[in-house]
Design a protein around this ligand. Structure first.
Ligand SMILES: Cc1cc2nc3c(=O)[nH]c(=O)nc-3n(C[C@H](O)[C@H](O)[C@H](O)COP(=O)(O)O)c2cc1C
Length: 415
């Protein structure tokens, strides 16, 4: 299926198809959030609340959404966030995401907990791949794993630090969809109620590779989804601290980021630890339910660290206009997790690509409507009547705007 033939106009369309094609507990696992879903909803509300003004009669025929990050050109200021479950969306789900990203020309982040080995994803997809690390308690194991990530060819490492205690996702508990997985009659019944998914995803998996496993786990660790990890195997221990980050910094020569920050104080520490970037994230509302939307904290973080490191945000972006708004707020790049999962569930690699295409074409259209030709022209001047957490346009830009208005209104002889 060609992505342009899918007839799916936006991310919500992909979500609706994903809902039909996935067993209920799996859809709720990707779509749902912690506790009351306050952060999940707030992430969207914040994007929706910002109004942007059009500018007319400007030549935007040579506009481009392209930019660069860490020295590499990318098709738009966007990357795919790491997600543990892509392999449940379609057969070889992680490869589907990575291939879609390579085709679009944006980075894709491979998760520690992916169901396909990292080496296989690199081999099958190529492109600009980043790796997301969860830190095992066992420091030797962790160091060996970082070496493996390096040998696999990744040059950007993103360490996720916001999950040191388990998330309170009540819908997963009610569905019996918790790790370690237990095959309860209710769960089995809900999976079998979706024979299409069993044929498309489950059967090929069992025939080709056996049971789903955390495919990146070293052989000495239990990798079956049904195994209970021992304390020393835990990937998100509550003992983790900045010293762990510094140790990884010492052995990782490439670009390194920490993901899951919400406070400017932590970003200052990240910069002091030699990070090249941070991902401001509330994990898509999946952990701290009363967290601020990352979009809102960008300005205070930017004020605190300036240009010392890249400020990336995720959580809640669903439209090309959201990317434009985030860049105007001061972010360098936007990531998202669920949109490409919905796409992969809806139509495999073509569906994941469709999600990226939606972001890119919408961003392109919005840039034209705002009279912008380049990503570096996107700034707070685009906002209409912004709330007080939005940065004000730079004074120079205001003067420029007044001057251009004057030149349009008054003939040269009067000026
Ligand atoms: C199903 C699912 C699995 C995820 N697994 C991981 C993971 O293994 N590692 C990680 O750092 N983040 C993980 N995340 C969080 C995403 O990287 C990202 O922060 C989040 O999806 C952003 O919100 P959005 O989905 O609204 O874009 C996961 C998110 C979802 C929805």
């Amino acid at each position: 299926m060609k992505s342009s033939d899918l007839g799916l106009c936006n991310i919500e369309d992909l979500r609706q198809i994903a809902k039909k094609r996935l067993p209920g507990p799996i859809f709720e696992y990707i779509d749902g959030a912690a506790e009351d879903g306050i952060a999940l909803q707030h992430n969207r509300e914040v994007y929706r609340s910002l109004k942007i003004r059009n500018r007319v009669l400007k030549d935007v025929s040579k506009r481009s959404t392209a930019t660069e990050i860490f020295g590499k050109k990318i098709a738009m200021p966007y990357a795919i966030s790491p997600t543990a479950s892509a392999g449940l969306m379609c057969e070889g789900g992680e490869v589907a995401l990575a291939r879609a990203a390579a085709r679009m020309g944006v980075p894709c982040t491979v998760a520690t907990n992916s169901l396909t080995p990292m080496e296989e994803i690199v081999e099958a997809a190529g492109g600009n791949l980043w790796f997301q690390l969860y830190m095992w308690v066992d420091k030797k194991l962790r160091a060996a794993f970082v070496e493996r990530v390096k040998s696999a060819g990744f040059d950007t490492l993103l360490v996720t630090v916001d999950g040191s205690v388990g998330a309170n996702r009540e819908h997963d508990r009610k569905n019996g969809y918790t790790m370690p997985l237990r095959y309860t009659p209710r769960l089995i019944a809900q999976v079998l109620a979706n024979p299409g998914w069993c044929l498309r995803v489950l059967a090929p998996q069992y025939l080709k590779r056996g049971a789903f496993r955390k495919a990146n786990f070293p052989p000495e660790l239990s990798s079956k989804l049904t195994d209970k990890p021992t304390d020393h195997e835990l990937t998100k221990p509550d003992t983790q601290c900045w010293d762990d980050i510094k140790r990884i910094r010492d052995i990782w020569p490439g670009h390194m980021l920490v993901k899951g920050l919400q406070s400017w104080e932590d970003v200052v520490i990240a910069a002091d630890c030699g990070m090249n970037g941070v991902v401001l994230s509330n994990h898509g509302g999946r952990y701290l339910d009363s967290a601020p939307a990352p979009l809102q904290v960008v300005p205070e973080v930017r004020r605190a660290v300036g240009d010392r490191l890249k400020i990336i945000i995720d959580s809640g972006a669903r439209r090309g206009s959201d990317i434009v708004k985030a860049i105007a707020m001061g972010a360098d790049l936007v990531m998202s997790g669920r949109p490409t999962l919905y796409g992969a569930a809806a139509a495999g690699e073509a569906g994941a690509y469709r999600a990226l295409e939606v972001f890119q074409t919408e961003m392109d259209r919005i840039m034209a409507q705002l009279g912008l030709n380049r990503v570096d022209e996107i700034s707070p001047h685009i906002f209409w009547n912004p709330p007080d957490w939005v940065p004000r346009p730079k004074a120079a830009r205001v003067v420029e705007q007044i001057a251009s208005r004057a030149s349009a209104v008054f003939p040269e002889s009067v000026r």
